[in-house]
Every structure is written in C-alpha cells, then in structure tokens.
Design a protein around this ligand. Structure first.
Ligand code: ANZ
Length: 956
C-alpha cells in the first residue's frame, strides 16, 4: 500500500464526522474566530487597564521561532512546533492566563534575493507572495494567533526599529567598571572634562573630528573595523564566523572562505562575554544548548606571561602557567606582527636543518610559510590529526622562570585571533606541542608527574601527559619552587610570582569574537549611517528612519571565481549612485552637507534579534515598545529573574547564532533602559524533527514516495524494487507531504492530533501517513459519543454519571491537564483516548457534565471539533475561553486494596489503602490503627515488616 493514498473511511452521508464535515466545521469556526478576535490578547494598558479582573490574571507569552517564508511553502514537518505552542497556549488560556501568542515572518535573506537575481522579480514581491501563501497554510491549521500582532521583518515600520536599535548600539560603549553599556555621550563628556584620559594622551579639544571619531570607534558597541574577515568570493559577501563550516567553507553554497582585510561593521558582543555566560544559569533551557553557548563563548582562565626577546617582550596566553618550567620553545602565529621586528638576517650558527625548512634565510622561510598558512582556514589549521608544520624564526627568547633560551617558531597551529597569537610550548603536557617537538626534535621536559606509571622521562613517551590533577616536578628556580604542588596551587603560586615581577598576570580569555555585522547584499536592512567628505561616519537622526531600501536594477553583489582570494566586494546598493550620494542636514549644527551612504546591509539575523519585543506593541510609532507593556509581558519575575518570554519553541539548530545575538541585543537595550528584561527567552524548548521515509532506486536516486507500493514488507516503484530509509522531509527527497493533503483527507484537527501524538515533543519521529487515520477515528468516536449520527441531535442526558464514569473522567482530567501543562502532548492524548474509549464502551448515554468536560479536555488539541460540539451542547460563547476542567481528587485516587496487619503472626486488622501507598505511610497507618494498638497492649515493637500495599507484620 502506498504512503499517502490510504482512503479515509468516509461516512455514507449525513451526520457522521467525516473529512467533508471536518472541513466545513473548521472553515466555519476559523471565520468566526477571526471575526470575533477570539485570540486577541489584551495589553495591560488600554483595553486591559479598564478591566481589573483581566489585568489581575497571570500572563503567558508563548512564542515560536518565526519562519522564513520560503517559496516551497510548508510541509507537515514545519508546523510541529507551531501546533505544540498552540495547544499549550490554548491550555494556558483555559487555566486562567492572559496568553499572548502570535507569529510573524523573518523575511529578509538570501533565497528571495537569489530568486530575484534569477527572475528579475523584486524580492519584496516574491517574499510577500510567499508570506500570503504561508498564512493560508497556517490558517488552515486553526492556530490561535493574535493576528493583529503579526508583522514581517521587511516591513519598513518594523525595520525602522531595527535601524533604531542599531543606532542605540552604535551610540553606546561598554563601561567595564560599571559592567554595562552607557550612552557614548557620557564618554565624550568624560573626555571633554578630563575625568577620563583620552587614549594617546592628547586633550579632547585638540583632536580633529576625524581623530575623535577614531577614538570613539574603539569604544562604540557597533564599530567599523578592517580586521581580517571571512571573505567569500563565490558568494560575493563576507560571512560571520558562525556562517563558516568546520572545513572553512561557506555554510550556504559551500564555497571557499578567505581571510581578507575589509572595512566592515562589527558588534562588540565580546564586551558581554561574562554576562552572556553568567546569565545562562538562571535560564530554563535544555542543558545541551546551554553547553553549546558556553563552549562558543569559551571562557578560559589562565595567565599572560612575557618572554623577553632583546628589547621586546613576546606575551603569551596560557591556561597552564604552572607548566612554565616545561616551556622549551615558543610559537607565534605566522601573521604575528612581532615577527618582522626580530628576524635576523641569517640563520644562527649550527641551526638544525629541520628548523629552517631548507630556506636560505629566516626571512625567506617566514615569507614562504606565511603564504602557505594564509591559504588555510582556522579550522583546518587547528585540526588535531594534522601533521605539525612550522619554521624557526632564527631568534631565541628567554623563559622568565628558568632563564633558559628557547627557540621561537612560527606555526599555523597557533592562531592570530586567539589569546595573544603567541604560545609558550610545553611539549610534555600539550599534545599539539608534543607532536611539534617530536617533528622538530625539540627538547621535551616533564614538569607534571605522570600518574599513569609511564615515568618522568619523556623520551620513553608516545604522547603528552595531560592532567589537571597531578603534582609538579622539575620546577624549581630563582626564588620559586612549584615542586610537590598540585596543578591548582602551582598555577596560583606562579601567577603571583609573575605578577610580583611585572612580567605576567592572571587573565581570562574568551573564544567568542566580535560579531561581523556587514553583508554585501541587497535584501537586508540598510545601515542608518552616512560618511562625510573626510570619510567620518555619522548616524542618521531618528527623524530620518526608516531608511528604506531603494529600488535597484541588479540585486546581486558582484561575485567572483570562488578561489579568487584577492577580489573585493561590490555591493548592489553601491551602484545606485543617486541614493548613495546625498545632501543632508543631520541636525548636528553643520547644516546641509554632502554625504555618502553606507552601502552594506545588515545580516539576516538582525530582524530576529528583537522581534519578541515588537509582538508586544506592534503599532507603536513612538517607541519600539511601551515600557509598561514590556514590563507586563516580559519583565523579571520570581521564576525568571532576568525576565523573558515564558516559552520559546524552535529547532536546536539555533543554539548559538540567533539565540546568542538576541541575548546580546536584549542586554544592550536593558543597559540603556529601554526594556526591563535582560534576557529575551526565559524558557526554551527544542522540538524534534519530523522525518520521513525516502525511497531510492537502484542508482540511489529518490523516487516519489506517494507512488511507492508495499508488498510483503518490500517496496516497489513502477514495478522495480526500491530501498527505504529514514531522512529529512522535503522536495529534494521527493517525500514531502503537505498539510493541505492531510487536511483534505482527514481535517486539520486530525492532523494536529496526529502530530502531537507521534511521540514526546523533543524527540524526532518518522512521518507515517497511514497512521494518521488512528487520530481520525478518535475524533469520529468522540463525535459519536455526543452526536446522534442518524439525526444530528446531541445524545447527552441530564442524568448523574456513574461512579465508574466519574473515576475515568477525573483521572483523565488530572493526567491530561498535567501533561498539557508539561508539554507532554502525546501522553495527554493517550489519556483522553482512554477516556473516550471508556465512554464509547460504557453503553450508557453520556451525561451532560461529562460530555462538557470531555469537550473542554479536547479543546486545546482539536479546537474546531471542540468548538462545534460545545455549541451543539447549547452554548453560545466560545470554548476557547472556558475554564479547563479541574479534577476532583476524590475520584482520582485509584480504588483501594485491602492490607492485612498481623501482630505476632495473627491477623488483627484489615486496612483499605491506595495501591500506591508508600511503605512508610502504610507502616504509620498500621501501627496507629485502633485494633492494632489494642492488640499490642503497650508492648514494645521490635520490628515492623512492610510489604506494601498488602501486608504489615508487627513483631513484639
Ligand atoms: C601552555 C600550555 C601547557 C598550554 C599545557 C596547554 C597545556 P583554551 O583552553 O582553548 O583557552 N594557545 C593559546 N593561544 C593560542 C593560539 N592563539 N592558538 C593556538 N593555541 C593557543 O587553550 C589555551 C591553551 O591553548 C594555552 O595554554 C596555549 O597552550 C594554547 F600543558 O599554554 B597552553
């Protein structure tokens, strides 16, 4: 049987729940909900302010990671998270919360631009069409979104505020003493009145405008820099570190990426490294995601140590200053600027042949090696398995603790962008250094005593001895000995010693780099920055926002041969000269002047860095969000000390990029007083993926999954046997199933139930169209339990339900309610199914209160059928805002079992106890039972043997 053409078992006609009836019910209620604004969430000002009862309710702000409106539309894998948040939001609404749930569109980005390049269609036209299409698809699912709050990042009303936030970041600096961002105006004032020294030592008043701009650029949180960036000629754009793969290629397109010096905008996210780390603690996020962020930020505690080389000092960063006595050589990154300063004209007498790489002079060796290193990515350079290469610089530095002369090498395993770009090499205790030392025949000195029995002579070792939990040896020098100390104590002792001599200090180093924020793209937010005739950058005044994207003829940046490392970017906006060159009065007292606009655009991450805030107050023309509204929905609270969205659901692939950038922007806005929440997302949940079967023919090509037939566990396509495997769902694997197909065959409620029933939300699961019918049957039985399929009338009676029915009902309420609150939708559905089956088999007409509770239980999961039944049961208001049923504990406990209590081997009492009673509770019950107390007659109890729940034996 094929994957998707299992016909749904239809009713003949009439009052049975069929796909046709579902379609009718669903469309009808969706219209009513829209017309009545059923899901509109009032804000605490305005509408809510007038209603203290509503304002007093607790709130829940529930969010999905918003979608990119792709031209391919949605397949059934996409809405998994949207359905989950919708079910949760509906349950929260029914349990007395003000719920804010909406969905916008993250709509800048490359695909629309590439489509524009290919077809000439303006990216806005194709993007808006895609958004419309996606809205239709999403509406069909019955998602309870507040549609008034939806927007797309490409709306000028929205990106006006993205640009505004850029200006706040640009116009602020990080005051490390205060531990927060402050307006740049305060820094300028301090430079002016002399309370802060101007770097370079001159007075602020003496500096030219350009010099001042250069000084401030070193402080601004958004700054321009011509530090080496990832330049991708094949794409014609630069990329953030996060967009470059482990093998040094572009994540998109898989082109080579080179290091190039280009003037680019950067965000000083590194200023926040500590806070980004510390504040993770209080977030309710999956541990795995926190770990990825911690690793990305990469905090290392260590020391800086100076090694003297003539008049210069080479400063290294090390996490193991305790091993200083074992530093037998040094390595500088090939690009290290000090190298030029000290290379001698000739190799020193007797230089080892291997060290010279066969070159005649150190200068030649260095030049050749630098060239070779430049063609490699950082990741390639760091690869563990790779053979260590390098050359001697011809110079020696002095190990400050041993006084020994150590040779200085350059090697590509040391990166310029980390620490100080220079290391002290301790081959005995660092594996990379060990390999290098073996390759270059350098001395290896053991200074940490091996605990694995290999002895202290490195000549006998096959690898470095790496341990943080051993004792120091061979480490005694002038006025210091580390011998016998453990690693931690030795680190502290040597750091003190270095600090005392002014040749080192304890320091913290981060792996995190500043965020490269310029893209050579058309379809992104323009920077609100212009340059004057001297090239000095100026911010546009707020009154000139939004700075809208101009129309252009050609949407593509100039691209180059993928390996043309010397190419230079040329942005689409730079060709639009009447837009680029403008006469403006910036309102800064300089009058009308000529300026040149910045022609890069912001990266597509910008729009998603703050969208949660705009959902709160989407039409505010005066502020990005009203502070009172922000405080209400996002502000700090006991359970969320840094504030943030109550639930944020999305894929785990956003562990670092989006989530780190959004956290950074939140902190800046918080520091500057624009918001009360220092974190955007308090609770994060990663949904699993919906996978799908892929069928491949003999050549390994995917064949259309819907046309595959199954016979005796084998699969056939056009008569030929094909292989089945599990993979991603999508067009390229010819296995995409659209939500529309399933809605047509069964209805949206069935699709919703199926997606939620497939397994725990955070686990990936294979799609199986044939299994969808199971949930359809559940809804058919539910319908039949309430509605007469002959007449269409409700069948409920006003009689009292039986005790057994009440037990089944309240157990389901108790279980399913807890499950819905805990995002355990699959088990909630199992419990509701059990109840529904029980009621089907009970053989008695359903009593009204039971029917109503049942309908409310189902409402979060299958809202359309619930709304329909609710109205058929005679109600005129929506089920959406009814109170979720509350379980009566009297009916929730299971029936009791009889426990026999023996004293001296004789039965003295029989107790009725819950089957799950604990041993301690049962013992307590037994020894305090009246009959037992009488039988004991005051005798001392020697021992109580408890076999819960059935037996207690008391020995006296
Ligand atoms: C001496 C030493 C001895 C080291 C030892 C390690 C073990 P993390 O933890 O990642 O911060 N290092 C420093 N700067 C480097 C650079 N620019 N490129 C490559 N490696 C660099 O790593 C810090 C350690 O990595 C430092 O501590 C340094 O080697 C090396 F038994 O110094 B260590």
């Amino acid at each position: 049987m094929s994957e998707t053409n299992t016909p749904a078992p239809e009713a003949a006609e009439g009052h049975r729940y069929t796909a046709a009836m579902a379609a009718d019910i669903e469309a009808r209620w969706q219209d009513v909900w829209d017309a009545e604004g059923t899901y509109e969430a009032p804000n605490p000002t305005g509408d809510l302010a007038g209603d203290p009862a509503v304002a007093a309710r607790p709130k829940k702000f529930i969010m999905d990671m918003f979608p990119y409106p792709s031209g391919a539309g949605l397949h059934v894998g996409h809405p998994l998270g949207y359905i989950a948040t919708d079910v949760y939001a509906r349950h929260q609404r029914m349990t007395g919360h003000n719920v804010l749930h909406t969905l916008g569109f993250d709509a800048f980005g490359l695909p629309a631009e590439q489509y524009a390049v290919q077809t000439g269609t303006h990216p806005r036209v194709s993007t808006e069409a895609n958004i419309e299409n996606m809205k239709v698809q999403l509406r069909r699912l019955g998602l309870g979104h507040d549609k008034r709050r939806s927007f797309a990042t490409i709306d000028p009303d929205y990106y006006k505020w993205t640009q505004w936030i850029f200006l706040q970041i640009y116009n602020s600096w990080y005051d490390a003493d205060a531990g927060k961002a402050r307006p740049i105006a305060e820094l300028i004032a301090a430079f002016e009145d002399g309370s802060r020294a101007v770097p370079g030592g001159r007075a602020w008043a003496e500096l030219t405008a350009g010099e001042r701009a250069d000084v401030l650029n070193e402080y601004r949180l958004a700054y321009s820099s011509d530090a080496p960036v990832n330049w991708c000629p094949g794409l014609g754009t630069v990329l953030a570190n996060e967009e470059v793969t482990a093998d040094g290629r572009s994540e998109r397109g898989n082109f080579p990426v080179f290091k190039a010096k280009l003037s680019q905008w950067n965000m000083r996210i590194t200023a926040y490294a500590d806070r980004l780390l510390d504040d993770l603690e209080a977030l309710d996020w999956p541990e795995a995601i926190k770990l990825q962020q911690r690793n990305w930020i990469g905090r290392s505690e260590g020391a800086r140590v100076d090694f003297a080389l003539g008049d210069e000092a080479i400063t290294v960063f090390t996490t193991r200053p305790d091993t200083l006595f074992g530093a037998t050589y040094m390595v500088l990154a090939p690009e290290h600027p000090l190298v030029e300063k000290f290379i001698p004209a000739a190799w020193p007498e007797g230089t080892h042949q291997v060290w010279t790489g066969g070159y005649a002079t150190p200068a030649e060796a260095v030049a050749a090696y630098r060239k070779q290193a430049a063609s490699k990515s950082d990741v390639e350079r760091q690869a563990e398995a790779k053979d260590k290469t390098g050359v001697f610089t011809g110079e020696y530095a002095v190990n400050p603790v041993s006084g020994e002369k150590v040779p200085v090498f350059i090697a590509d395993y040391v990166l310029m962008g980390y620490g100080t770009g220079a290391i002290m090499a301790v081959p005995a205790h660092d594996s990379r250094d060990f390999e290098f030392a073996r390759a270059f025949e350098l001395p290896i000195r053991c200074v940490v005593e091996p605990t694995d029995g290999r002895g202290t002579d490195p000549a006998e070792w096959d690898e470095a001895f790496v341990s943080y939990d051993a004792k120091l040896v061979n480490s005694t020098g002038e006025g210091i000995s580390l011998d016998g100390l453990g690693v931690v104590a030795a680190k502290a002792a040597i750091t003190d010693w270095l600090t005392g001599r002014g040749i080192g200090e304890g320091t913290v180093n981060f792996r995190l780099r500043d965020w490269l924020f310029s893209r050579q793209r058309y379809w992104g937010e323009p920077f609100p920055i212009v340059y004057d005739e001297d090239g000095v950058a100026h911010a546009l005044p707020e009154s000139m926002l939004p700075l809208e994207l101009p129309e252009v003829e050609d949407y593509s940046p100039r691209t180059f041969e993928p390996d043309d490392a010397d190419s230079q970017p040329e942005t689409p906006l730079s060709r639009k000269s009447d837009w680029v060159n403008v006469e403006l009065d910036l309102g800064d007292g300089r009058g009308v002047r000529s300026y040149r606009r910045e022609t890069n655009t912001m990266p597509n991450w910008a729009g998603s860095c703050w969208y949660e805030l705009r959902y709160l107050d989407p039409n505010n023309a005066d502020a990005l969000v009203d502070p009172e509204i922000e405080q209400y929905w996002m502000g700090p609270r006991e359970s969320a000390p840094h504030g943030g969205v109550d639930l944020y659901v999305g894929g785990a692939e956003h562990a670092v990029l989006h989530l780190l950038y959004a956290r950074f922007w939140s902190k800046v806005l918080f520091d500057l007083g624009h918001v009360s929440s220092a974190e955007p997302f308090h609770k994060l949940f990663n949904q699993g993926m919906i996978q799908a079967y892929v069928y491949r023919d003999e050549r390994g090509f995917p064949v259309t999954a819907t046309e595959v037939e199954e016979r005796d566990g084998k699969f056939f396509f056009e008569g030929e046997q094909v292989k089945r495997e599990l993979g991603k769902m999508g067009k390229s694997l010819k296995n995409a199933v659209t939500p529309e197909t399933i809605c047509e065959e069964y209805g949206a409620d069935t699709l919703r139930l199926y997606e939620m029933a497939m397994g725990p939300l955070d686990v990936s699961r294979p799609w199986d169209t044939r299994a969808v019918v199971g949930q359809y049957r559940l809804l058919q039985r539910l319908w039949r339990n309430v509605v007469d399929e002959e007449t269409g009338a409700v069948t409920v009676v006003d009689a009292e339900p039986s005790e057994q029915t009440l037990r089944a009902l309240h157990k389901a309420i108790d279980g399913a309610g807890g499950d819905l609150a805990g995002l355990r939708f699959n088990t909630a559905i199992a419990k509701i199914t059990e109840l529904n089956n029980f009621l089907t088999k009970a053989g008695e007409p359903l009593s009204r209160p039971v029917a109503e509770q049942l309908v409310k239980l189902v409402a979060p999961l299958a809202p359309h059928i619930a709304e329909e039944l609710w109205h058929r049961l005679g109600h005129t208001d929506s089920v959406v805002h009814q109170d979720f049923p509350v379980a009566d504990p009297a009916y929730v406990v299971d029936e009791t079992v009889t426990c026999v209590v023996q004293v001296k081997g004789k039965v003295k009492a029989r107790l009725e106890v819950p089957p799950a009673i604990s041993e301690a509770d049962l013992e307590q019950l037994a020894v305090t039972d009246e009959a037992v107390v009488a039988a004991l007659g005051g005798a001392e109890i020697r021992k109580v043997i408890v076999r819960a729940p059935k037996l207690v034996n008391i020995v006296i």
